[in-house]
Design a binder for this molecule. Structure first.
Ligand code: PLP
Length: 488
């Protein structure tokens, strides 16, 4: 690592990235939000093997502009409204840069004490912003604490493993086939994957049915009924995955009754708030995690909506030893004096992999360089923009809003004509393809109760009201093909 070369080329790279962000706003026609390339497009543009001799950064950046950019879907475009956002910020970017520069591997406390200690402190800060119960804090009375996982999928996997081992310790390992878990048909697909990796039998994964009567939240009565039924049959219920802000429609599972059920039956309750958990730093959204007191674990993705750049998924657990018991490894070459006394945190034992990035650095920088007040206001701005879009939809009789909106996601569709749901689904499918093929905006879709539903998710940091208005005009223009001949 030549420091002078880094200085010279680092400046070039920062300029390149700053220009990218500027051009995304000033020349959107040059950056189709959804990449329009065909599969395999890059193969013909690049040589078959790596160069023998070094090339210049200039040549490389030219290739980025000409060959890589066409294959980029611009998640940071102000007209990106698909899935959930991957929010970036200058602070998050600088944090990533510093992280790349230091490139430490903080798997144990010893391998970079600051990496471990900052993570503990920053997750306590964030827990306080979210008003999480004291038992999740490292300074709380119990054995709780936080750890930054790479992604939401990793977070759910480690807690399933922790809960599985906790119950097997009690009932005996041979009863693994009897273990049962509960989520809903809206729970993120990573839950099923985590259970299968954890050896839970597929037929013991209960995904309870939801519908519009609960705005797609998990019905507590169905949960209790399923648990009673399973107990009567000799199964062992041990894990409930509740979601605050589901992936499809940002539905919210009612944590208070679910928590009471978990407590009554001694079941591990995990709360996956990957997207909407971020909004809970605002007092007006905190109510969505009321009942968190009865949860054993809670995770959110700060890379989704807390401007922390990819990737950063804070996870808090009530009992760190459940996690450590399931995941610890003790090879001799990682032992050191203080670790033997259990006085320090060794994050390798709170996650799947050994190596880990210094992610708390960027979270710390985001929290410090913006301040909680600004972060709350960024989130509120996004919610207001979503409300603005929702108003447009509600005012146009050709469309309908499909679910009650809580955060910055609007689920909507072209309304059915004469109750013809099949035709309606087909039209919405066509509308989605048409608007995304313009390259001017990118929206995504989901299915709810058999309906093909369009999703408009606000969360890209550059989005302003004018982008929302333009997006609506594009959608309306393409929808006119279907609505012209209808009897509106
Ligand atoms: N849980 C929910 C509710 C999500 O919406 C997502 C992703 O959108 C995940 C989990 C998975 O998160 P990740 O992509 O960080 O693994």
């Amino acid at each position: 690592m030549d420091s002078e070369l880094l200085r010279e080329q680092g400046h070039i790279m920062v300029d390149f990235i700053a220009d990218y962000y500027k051009n995304l706003q000033d020349s959107p026609q040059d950056f189709p939000v959804l990449s329009q390339v065909q599969p395999g497009y890059l193969r013909d543009m690049l040589p078959d093997s790596a160069p023998e001799r070094p090339e210049s950064l200039k040549e490389l950046l030219d290739d980025v502009s000409k060959k890589i950019m066409p294959g980029i879907t611009h998640w940071q475009s102000p007209s990106y409204f698909a899935y959930y956002a991957s929010s970036t910020s200058v602070a998050g970017f600088l944090g990533e840069m510093l992280n790349a520069g230091l490139s430490v591997v903080g798997f144990t406390w010893l391998t970079s004490p600051a990496a471990t200690e900052l993570e503990i402190i920053v997750l306590d800060w964030l827990a306080k912003l979210l008003q999480l119960p004291d038992h999740f804090l490292s300074t709380g009375k119990g054995n709780g604490g936080g750890v930054i996982q790479g992604t939401g999928c990793e977070a759910v996997l480690v807690v399933v493993l922790a809960a599985r081992d906790r119950i097997l310790k009690k009932v005996g390992k041979t009863l693994l086939p009897q273990l049962v878990v509960y989520g809903s048909d809206q729970t993120h697909s990573s839950f099923r994957k985590a259970c299968l990796i954890g050896g839970i039998h597929e037929e013991n994964i209960r995904l309870l049915k939801t519908d519009s009567s609960t705005n797609y939240g998990m019905p507590p009565e169905s949960l209790e009924e399923a648990i009673s039924h399973d107990l009567a049959k000799g199964f062992i219920p041990f894990f409930i995955c509740a979601t605050v802000g589901t992936t499809s429609s940002a539905a919210v599972d009612p944590l208070v009754p679910l928590g009471n059920i978990a407590k009554k039956y001694g079941i591990w309750l995990h709360v996956d708030a990957a997207y909407a958990g971020n909004a809970c730093i605002c007092p007006e959204y905190r109510k969505f995690i009321d009942g968190i007191e009865n949860a054993d674990s809670f995770n959110m993705n700060a890379h989704k909506w807390l401007f922390a750049n990819q990737t950063c998924s804070p996870l808090w657990v009530k009992d760190r030893y459940s996690l450590i018991d399931a995941l610890k490894t003790n090879p001799e070459y990682l032992e050191f004096k203080v670790s033997k006394k259990d006085t320090v945190v060794n994050y390798k034992d709170w996650q799947i992999s050994l190596s880990r990035r210094f992610r708390s650095l960027k979270l710390w920088m985001v929290l410090r360089l913006y301040g909680s007040e600004n972060l709350r206001n960024f989130i509120r701005d996004h919610v207001n923009l979503a409300k603005h879009f929702e108003d447009y939809v509600a005012q146009d009789p050709s469309f309908e809003v499909v679910t009650t909106r809580y955060f910055s996601l609007v689920c909507f569709r072209l309304a059915p004509v004469d109750g013809d749901e099949d035709q309606c689904n087909e039209r919405n499918r066509e509308l989605l393809a048409a608007v995304n093929s313009t390259g001017k905006i990118f929206i995504s879709h989901t299915a709810l109760s058999g309906k093909f539903v369009l999703r408009f998710a606000v969360g890209a940091p550059l989005t302003e009201e004018k982008h929302v208005t333009e997006a609506w005009q594009i959608i309306q223009k393409h929808a006119s093909k279907f609505t012209r001949n209808d009897h509106y």
